[in-house]
Design a protein around this ligand. Structure first.
Ligand SMILES: [Zn+2]
Length: 272
């Protein structure tokens, strides 16, 4: 399959959204000077009706600092991809993710660096997810997640610039969906890119898991208070959000009813 056949939409399903966020927090540097410590991992999944459903992510570990001249290959990553081919059949490795830890959030902080564009070229996998993250709140905040939409860009490797510099950016047609949020003392922004025609391009990033979390927040259901009996309901809600984002879905009313049924059940169990 050529890269152009891969859809311009990634959906993080099951626990893949929370794993990317937890991994970024895990590797967030504890000392403010070491801001180059990034999380790094692989995205596994399958194409389902025009959407790349990422059902599994595999954290590879900390990438201390990638220099422009040593990013074309990473033996540890190559080995993990090769090994997975012999163990995982239902999900295929189609991309990578990594974090951009920063002391401050700013516009474009989840955008690919010049080195990221070169890395994608070397890896020959269609997708890349970047999670920009900062820990700048004085007090722990309530979990908030938002799914937003904004302009699309393409990013071309700039030979004259350094690895940590910005690549050459051009605004392209259409809009791309992305996810932002706050968790404890952290603020994050997650974006997805596809490598095509020598550039990385913004594509749509959505998550049925993130939407399930948003629904729980909306209904005042705190995750740590949920009981094991609610697991089935949570899985159904996450699945309902997958169905709702399918383009040719004809059962919206029925899915919405099912979703509401499980939310109501959790609310009544929670009140008792
Ligand atoms: Zn990067």
């Amino acid at each position: 399959m050529t890269i152009t056949n891969y859809p311009d939409k990634i959906m993080l399903i099951q626990n893949s959204f929370s794993t990317i966020l937890l991994d970024a927090i895990q590797f967030y540097p504890q000392e403010s000077k070491k801001h180059k410590a990034e999380s790094h991992g692989l995205l596994f999944g399958n194409i389902q009706k025009g959407v790349f459903e990422c059902d599994y992510v595999f954290p590879v570990g900390n990438v201390a600092s990638r220099k422009a001249d040593e990013i074309t290959s990473n033996p540890k990553v190559d080995e993990a991809i090769q090994n997975a081919k012999h163990l995982l059949f239902t999900s295929k490795c189609c991309g990578t993710y990594h974090s951009h830890p920063n002391t401050l959030s700013f516009k474009g902080w989840a955008g690919p660096s010049n080195a990221d564009v070169l890395y994608s070229k070397g890896l020959k996998l269609p997708y890349m997810i970047i999670i920009a993250i900062s820990r700048n709140a004085l007090f722990e905040k309530k979990l908030t997640i938002e799914c937003l939409c904004g302009e699309r860009k393409e990013y071309l490797y700039e030979k004259k610039a350094g690895g940590h510099d910005a690549p050459r950016e051009t605004i392209i047609e259409g809009e791309a969906a992305y996810i932002i949020g706050k968790f404890k003392k952290y603020t994050f922004e997650m974006r997805a890119y596809k490598y095509e025609d020598n550039c990385l391009k913004d594509i749509n990033l959505t998550s049925s898991e993130a939407k399930m979390l948003i629904e729980l927040i909306k209904n005042d259901l705190a995750i740590k208070n949920l009981t094991p009996e609610m697991t089935y309901g949570l899985r159904k809600i996450e699945y309902d959000f997958r169905v709702l984002s399918m383009p040719e879905n004809r059962n919206i009313d029925r899915v919405m009813q099912n979703l509401q049924y499980h939310i109501n059940r959790m609310k009544t169990t929670n009140d008792n």
